[in-house]
Design a protein around this ligand. Structure first.
Ligand SMILES: Nc1nc2c(ncn2[C@@H]2O[C@H](COP(=O)(O)OP(=O)(O)O)[C@@H](O)[C@H]2O)c(=O)[nH]1
Ligand SMILES: [Mg+2]
Length: 290
């Protein structure tokens, strides 16, 4: 799945979301718990206006629980925002959000009117998986994004909640080079502009600095090399990623490292903490005008 966002795509996505927003009471923004900053789209704030927003830090099974707690505290201080960590692939877990949805829009619930919710988020964060888990049946295709948003259908989730079956698909942060790498490390973007080997090197550099123990235990090493390339060389040899003449197959070892990281074999790893806002001094660009 590769989604490339051009200004035309962004314009269209925003326009579609704006059109349905008057019939929405609550926005459920799905983000990747490993990279909440890079998987959040600041335009959501503008698009939702005064509506409350439930931020779902999804794939929390792959994230560092200590850092996920920091993010939950960070978001819960924002006006109109509640946040919760989820592992949508675990049976029964997704429906935990229903009570929270009702609580967040008390007036609708009091009047006996359904709370109308809509899921939004960048590609690959788990929107379709969440829709299916909430609905209890396969409505949205997982791992695939429709090029054109189809007609919205409302599905009743029980408990006084209805959900649009079509998520609002937004673009990932693109103004920041680190975000590009981190989105690629998690597999959210398969950007041909960043080679596989470069993504693996970025990941190893980060892991050497922040999760050295995870690397040592996964690859049974007592000492870690200082340089990322040396590390890939060491595990490449251990795993037999060699070409003729004993030359390291960098592509193969990169593939192994990223696959293991993405599937949680190194334990919970988070690539961003709330300090990222200060560290990277990003300028928020909440929305492009439509
Ligand atoms: N480990 C893990 N994987 C998840 C979770 N939620 C979704 N996924 C996986 O993430 C991938 C993308 O999910 P999908 O629902 O298609 O994302 P969408 O593009 O936002 O609709 C799929 O392979 C899902 O199985 C989760 O909570 N934990
Ligand atoms: Mg989807």
């Amino acid at each position: 799945m590769a989604v490339t966002w051009y200004p035309g795509h962004m314009h269209k996505a925003q326009k579609q979301i704006k059109e349905v927003m008057p019939q929405v009471d609550l926005v459920i923004e799905v983000m990747d718990a490993r990279i909440p900053f890079s998987s959040e789209n600041p335009a959501v704030k503008t698009l939702r206006g005064p509506r409350p927003c439930l931020k779902v830090l999804n794939k929390s099974d792959l994230a560092d629980p200590v850092i996920t707690t920091q993010w939950l505290n960070y978001y819960s201080q924002q006006e109109g925002v509640r946040a919760l960590a989820l592992n949508t692939t675990r049976k029964g877990e997704a429906r935990k959000i229903l009570n929270l949805c009702r609580e967040m829009v008390p007036l609708r619930a009091q009047r006996g009117e359904p709370v109308r919710t809509m899921i939004m988020g960048i590609p690959n964060v788990g929107k379709s998986t969440l829709i299916n888990a909430l609905a209890g049946r396969a409505i949205a295709k997982v791992g695939d994004e429709p090029a054109v948003t189809k007609q919205q259908q409302r599905i009743s989730l029980g408990n006084g909640i209805v959900l649009s079956d079509t998520p609002g698909i937004l673009w990932p942060r693109m103004e920041n080079e680190n975000s590009g790498y981190r989105l690629a490390v998690t597999g959210a973007i398969k950007n041909a502009a960043i080679s596989f080997e470069d993504v693996a090197l970025y990941a190893v550099e980060f892991l050497l600095q922040h999760y050295p123990e995870a690397l040592k235990s996964r690859y049974r090493l007592e000492e870690l090399p200082i340089a990322a390339m040396d590390f890939l060389e060491v595990i490449g040899r251990k795993r037999g990623c060699l070409r003729a003449g004993g030359v390291l197959d960098l592509h193969k070892v990169s593939e192994i490292l990223l696959k293991e990281l993405r599937s949680g074999k190194l334990g919970g790893v988070s690539l961003e903490t709330p300090a990222v806002f200060d560290e990277e001094k990003v300028t928020e660009r909440p929305s492009e005008s439509v």
